[in-house]
Design a protein. Structure first.
Length: 212
């Protein structure tokens, strides 16, 4: 992702991602100019780049005042570069989920003409995307590649049949999403069901396999 300006911001990001910011951890490791690496401000944790930019008192105050706190809370915490790349990727996931929700709500409105809160639907799909990603990181140590069925890999079912795509996730809640499409690729139905806890990973995975 190209970041055009300002140059100082670009330079900061390059140094932060490369581990070149002058925090105690780096000064201790490379130059031995400090004898310990506890944070100069809060003293409670090691003065690392991710601590200085996300977790220390000042950083926390800034992030808490932003609209990204929920996203930051589930982001990887091992290094600045890992977290930053995750944030960039999730920006794309958010927008993809909003576009997907817009498409879903449009079709639901056309075919069912139900009154429903489109913003609530969109929010739940963005939440699902984040929780799905957080689950993937936690359990299989990689980020989920897409939100729901991938448009690039989806193909129409044979004539006279429908195709059911589904996905499941475990986060604070357990959720299942199902999309049914016709032989012409038209959306026939879609649903999300969420429940609090109670399902283990294997049960959810098995259901996913059974429905695929
Ligand atoms: Zn601190």
């Amino acid at each position: 992702m190209a970041l055009q300006r300002p140059p100082k911001l670009k330079h900061f990001l390059w140094r932060a991602c490369k581990g070149f910011l002058a925090v105690k951890e780096r000064r201790l490791f490379y130059r031995h100019v400090v004898s310990e690496k506890s944070c100069s401000i809060c003293s409670s944790l090691d003065e690392t780049i991710i601590h200085s930019t996300f977790k220390c008192a000042t950083a926390k105050e800034i992030w808490a005042a932003s609209s990204f706190m929920a996203q930051i809370n589930v982001a990887p915490a091992r290094s600045f570069v890992e977290r930053f790349m995750w944030i960039l990727k999730n920006e794309l996931v958010t927008k993809a989920a909003l576009a997907w929700a817009s498409w879903y709500c449009r079709n639901k409105h056309i075919f069912e003409q139900d009154g429903f809160n489109v913003v609530e639907v969109a929010k739940s799909w963005v939440d699902l995307a984040y929780e799905s990603n957080a689950y993937a990181i936690k359990v299989i140590n990689r980020t989920a590649p897409t939100v729901g069925p991938s448009p690039s890999s989806w193909s129409c079912p044979s004539a006279g049949t429908v195709k059911v795509n589904c996905d499941a996730y475990l986060g604070a809640k357990t959720g299942l999403g199902v999309v049914i499409k016709s032989e012409h690729g038209h959306l026939l139905g879609a649903a999300i069901r969420e429940e609090y806890g109670g399902w283990n990973v294997e049960a959810t995975r098995q259901l996913h396999v059974d429905l695929d």
